[in-house]
Design a protein. Structure first.
Length: 342
């Protein structure tokens, strides 16, 4: 979750190049031709992994183009896509993912920093509902203005996306949404040409690491603790507050709250914000070790967050603690109460 303090803002010329190509995309109205799941996969020159473009607006009122970088980004895309089928709150998923997204929306939604760029470039939009603006999403940080590298990546991506969308408009590429088809554009270094073709949409799952506690003496100590008749719920949520970075211009961080709830008698066991250098795995495992040492082995742990399962699957099995997937709706109420007091 670390972000370099050496953030470089994009020059006004770089912003102009990005807006120039985006305005060309705007004229093509790509949301009329592609659904948000018909990913355009672009393998750019000199990059190991492709970028994946999702065009929004065909089946919803919100128009936009989201770019997900690499296979990890593709996992983020599918994580968000599955939000309606899963139990994790939609806002948590938005805060958990990384993407570079362009929106077509209301002038009122344009961030101040982006408005300054638009004013300096003297760009005019068709209506107050057709303003074009960009947002950088990054796990662990607040949505923010694109930096120099992100502007350059989007510009190069959009230049290639434009070629794809022109081919779609001309009828040269016809991906079938019913057949889960998308489009691939890639550079062939052997003959110095670009290739474009229809292909089945790539799939990926968001990867969450799992750990095994290696200290055998500690594992045995935890296993030998008495078992108590207690059901514990564990969860994470991002808080809607902004934590400014230490350096001027540094991207604001997104505080992540860990919560443990007594689901037998009711009440919060612990609730704290992850500290610098801490992560979901270490915080969850740390809670389990500390709690069991002080109180004994709980009978059941319920959770919906995959980070918790990655941290506890091995140790819970070793200690005969049931680790159960559950929607834990009561945590939504707890989260609402916490947020209302901020």
């Amino acid at each position: 979750m670390e972000e370099s303090s050496l953030r470089k803002e994009a020059s006004i010329n770089a912003w102009k190049q990005l807006y120039d190509i985006t305005l060309k995309l705007d004229k093509l109205e790509p949301w009329n031709d592609l659904g948000d799941t018909q990913l355009v996969t672009i393998q750019l020159k000199d990059r190991e992994e492709p970028v994946f473009c999702s065009v929004m607006g065909k089946f919803s009122g919100e128009r936009g183009i989201a770019v997900f970088d690499g296979m990890e980004g593709l996992g983020d895309f599918y994580m968000i896509l599955g939000a309606e089928e899963g139990d994790l709150p939609a806002q948590y998923l938005m805060d958990e993912h990384s993407s570079l997204t362009c929106f077509w929306g209301s002038m009122m939604n344009v961030p101040d920093e982006q408005r300054s760029v638009i004013d300096e470039l003297d760009i005019r939009f068709k209506t107050i509902s057709d303003w074009i603006y960009f947002v950088s999403y990054k796990k662990g940080y607040k949505p923010y203005q694109l930096d120099e590298d992100e502007v350059a990546l989007l510009t190069e991506t959009y230049e290639n996306l434009y070629m794809v969308l022109e081919a779609v408009k001309d009828g040269k590429l016809n991906p079938d949404i019913e057949q889960a088809e998308g489009i691939v554009r890639r550079y062939n270094s052997e003959n110095d040409t670009w290739e474009m073709f229809v292909k089945e949409i790539p799939e990926a799952e968001k990867e969450f690491p799992s750990v095994m506690l290696e200290d055998q003496d500690l594992k045995d100590e935890l296993k030998n603790k008495k078992q108590i008749d207690l059901e514990v719920i564990l969860d994470f949520t991002y808080l809607p507050v902004m934590v400014e970075g230490e350096e001027e211009g540094e991207r604001p961080k997104n505080p992540l709250l860990f919560m443990a709830y007594d689901n037998t008698d009711g009440g919060v066991i612990t609730m704290d914000i992850l500290e610098e250098g801490d992560d979901e795995i270490s915080r969850t495992l740390g809670f389990f070790i500390s709690f069991v040492q002080q109180n004994g082995r709980m009978k059941t742990i319920k959770a919906r967050n995959p980070w918790i399962f990655g941290a506890l699957e091995d140790i819970c099995e070793y200690c005969s603690v049931d680790l159960v997937y559950d929607p834990v709706e009561i945590m939504d109420q707890v989260i609402e109460e916490v947020i209302s007091q901020l």
